[in-house]
Design a binder for this molecule. Structure first.
Ligand SMILES: [Ca+2]
Length: 200
């Protein structure tokens, strides 16, 4: 193999790997050994919590940030998810740093969604949705704040899934620079006591 071909293979391999992780070209996901939600971010591969989609560094326009599996600051277990954001746009979605996942749920069911956060300087938002392409469904921004949170703070929200759609999506978007930690995300149904698993 020629040197140029070898170089090309080395350069293309990571790209191919990223493409195989998910069909969304703007986000990346490392699959874990099981299908669980990994809401406490304890299961980690390649320095990233598994089973979550991230809008990663290099794919978010006009941004400079790091995603870290933090084993020094955590609320539950011995790891949390930390973002160090030096520069970003406030647009949300794939235009800002963030993470999301779709979970199996029961339709027309009320879920309690909870998490813990420390925030030093960021504006961030949490959104929940139960929708599918062509079918609509509720989308709700349940939290948007730039409040300083110097110690772990608990948040909980209640959200009802769509009448005909068996899924719930959790999204977090970081809209301005700072340092932010997330831990122990839980999604518990009022009557649906199953653990959340990934839709895809
Ligand atoms: Ca944890």
């Amino acid at each position: 193999m020629k040197t140029t071909e070898l170089l090309l293979s080395i350069l293309l391999l990571p790209l191919l790997f990223i493409m195989m992780q998910g069909c969304n070209p703007y986000s990346t996901q490392i699959k874990g050994d099981n299908n669980n939600m990994n809401g406490s971010f304890e299961a980690v591969k390649e320095n990233l919590p598994v089973n979550w989609y991230f809008y990663p560094p290099g794919k978010v326009p006009n941004s400079d940030f790091e995603i870290i599996s933090d084993d020094k600051e955590y609320k539950e277990g011995n790891k949390s998810l930390k973002f160090i954001v030096r520069k970003c746009k406030s647009l949300g979605g794939r235009y800002s740093p963030g993470f999301f996942q779709d979970f199996n749920a029961v339709n027309n069911e009320t879920y309690k969604v909870s998490l813990w956060v420390i925030n030093k300087g960021c504006e961030f938002k949490i959104a929940l949705q139960s929708s599918e392409k062509g079918k609509g469904g509720p989308y709700e921004t349940v939290l948007q704040t730039k409040d300083s949170i110097t110690d772990w703070k608990y948040f909980e929200f209640f959200f009802k899934t769509a009448p005909a759609i068996d899924m719930i999506r959790f999204e977090a978007h970081i809209l301005s620079p700072g340092i932010i930690w997330f831990d122990d995300i839980r999604i518990e149904g009022k009557t649906d006591k199953d653990e959340r698993t990934l839709m895809h």
